[in-house]
Unconditional design. Structure first.
Length: 354
C-alpha cells in the first residue's frame, strides 16, 4: 500500500483545516483544564485574610482532598519567617498531589482557648474564600490544642483533626518552667530575670507577626506565661474535661473514640532527640528530654501525651522539630520522611471522603 501524493481537493483542504482547528481547540481546552488542576498554598495570617503564596500543577491526585488542608503552628509559631515556612516543604509536597493548603497564624504565645478562637475566625474566612463548608485541620504541638478547640465549638466547619506531636495531656517541661517562674516570685512579683524573659518572648511573638506580614498596628496579643501555663498537665486536665473528644481516659492509654460529632480525629508523633547529627537543634531536644526520664519523648512531648483519636504512630524516628520537617529538612536518614508522613495522612483523608 502506498500513500497518495496527489494535491488535496479544496473540500479535503477544508476538512483538514477544520480538523486542525478542532485539534487546536481541544489542546487549548486541555491546557485550560490543566491550569485549573493546581494545588494552591495560602498564607492566612490573622487578621489580614488569605493571600496566595504559590500554585503548582498536579503531578498526581494523591492528596486531592474534598476539603482544604488548614495548618496550625505551635508555640513560638509563624507562617513564614525569613523566607522559611513553619511546616518546611510540607505545603509544597501536598500541593503537588492536588491539595489546597492554608497556613494560619495565631498568637505565637497565648492561652489555648484564645488561640483557638483566633484559629476559628481564620477557619471561617478560609471556608468563605474557598467555598468549602469544611476543612481538614492539622495542628503541631500547641496547635494541636487549637484545632481541638475549633472542632469542639464549631464542628460544622471541621471534617477532620490531625494532631502532630501535640501535648494533649500536657508537657512535663512546661510544668518545670512554670514551677521555676513561680518559685522565683518575690512578694508575689516576678523577679527581674522572669520579667526579662516574658518581655523577650513578647518581642519574639511580635517579630513572628511582622514576618507573617501582619501590620504593626494590628499585632496579636502575646502572653508568654499564659502560653506555657496552657501546656502544663494541670491546665490540660481542665481543658480535656471541657473538650474530651477522642481523648484517652488515662495518661498512657489509647483513645476510645476516633470520630465525634461528625469529626474524625487522628494523631502522630515521634520519639528520639538527636536524629541527624548535623542539625544543631537536635542537641537542644536532647537537653530538654532529660526531664522526662524514662518516658519516651521527642524532646518536648511524650509519646503517651500525644495520643488523640486514631493514633497513626507515636514512635516515628522524629524529634519535636522533625515533625514539621525542621530545621530545614535535616531529619533522620533512612526513616520515614516527615513530608511523606503528611502526604500519606492527607491521602488517608482523601480515601475517607474528606
Amino acid at each position: 500500500m502506498t500513500l497518495s501524493t496527489k494535491p488535496l481537493s479544496s473540500s479535503k483542504k477544508s476538512l483538514t483545516a477544520l480538523g486542525a482547528i478542532s485539534a487546536g481547540v481541544l489542546m487549548l481546552s486541555m491546557t485550560s483544564t490543566a491550569a485549573q488542576a493546581a494545588g494552591s498554598f495560602y498564607n492566612c495570617a490573622n487578621p489580614t485574610g488569605c493571600e496566595k503564596v504559590d500554585s503548582k500543577y498536579f503531578t498526581s491526585n494523591h492528596t486531592d482532598t474534598k476539603y482544604p488542608i488548614v495548618m496550625a503552628h505551635g508555640l513560638v509559631g509563624f507562617t513564614k519567617l525569613l523566607g522559611v515556612d513553619y511546616f518546611y516543604g510540607i505545603p509544597q509536597t501536598l500541593m503537588r498531589g492536588g491539595s489546597d493548603v492554608f497556613a494560619t497564624k495565631t498568637s505565637s504565645f497565648g492561652d489555648s482557648r484564645v488561640r483557638g478562637e483566633q484559629l476559628l475566625q481564620q477557619v471561617k474566612t478560609i471556608s468563605a474564600v474557598s467555598g468549602s463548608p469544611k476543612v481538614n485541620l492539622f495542628g503541631h504541638s500547641h496547635g494541636g490544642h487549637d484545632i481541638r478547640y475549633v472542632a469542639a465549638v464549631a464542628p460544622q466547619y471541621v471534617a477532620s483533626v490531625t494532631a502532630v506531636a501535640s501535648p494533649e495531656q500536657g508537657a512535663l517541661l512546661a510544668d518545670w518552667v512554670i514551677d521555676e517562674i513561680d518559685g522565683d516570685k518575690i512578694n508575689g512579683e516576678y523577679n527581674w530575670s522572669s520579667e526579662a524573659a516574658i518581655g523577650l518572648f513578647k518581642l519574639l511573638g511580635n517579630v513572628m507577626d511582622l514576618g507573617a506580614s501582619i501590620p504593626i498596628d494590628q499585632l496579636q496579643e502575646q502572653d508568654a506565661y499564659g502560653a506555657v501555663t496552657a501546656l502544663t498537665t494541670d491546665y490540660m486536665k481542665d481543658f480535656n474535661a471541657e473538650f474530651p473528644a477522642a481523648m484517652p481516659t488515662s495518661y498512657c492509654g489509647q483513645p476510645t473514640a476516633t470520630s465525634v460529632n461528625g469529626v474524625k480525629y487522628y494523631s502522630f508523633s515521634g520519639v528520639g532527640q538527636v536524629t541527624n547529627i548535623v542539625d544543631p537543634s537536635d542537641y537542644i531536644m536532647l537537653a530538654t528530654s532529660k526531664i522526662y526520664e524514662n518516658d519516651a519523648n521527642d524532646g518536648l512531648v511524650s509519646a503517651c501525651s500525644s495520643r488523640l483519636g486514631y493514633v497513626i504512630r507515636d514512635d516515628y524516628k522524629m524529634n519535636h522539630l522533625d515533625s514539621v520537617n525542621q530545621a530545614l529538612g535535616l531529619v533522620a536518614w533512612g526513616q520515614p520522611n516527615p513530608k511523606t508522613v503528611y502526604r500519606e495522612q492527607v491521602n488517608r483523608l482523601k480515601k475517607a471522603g474528606m
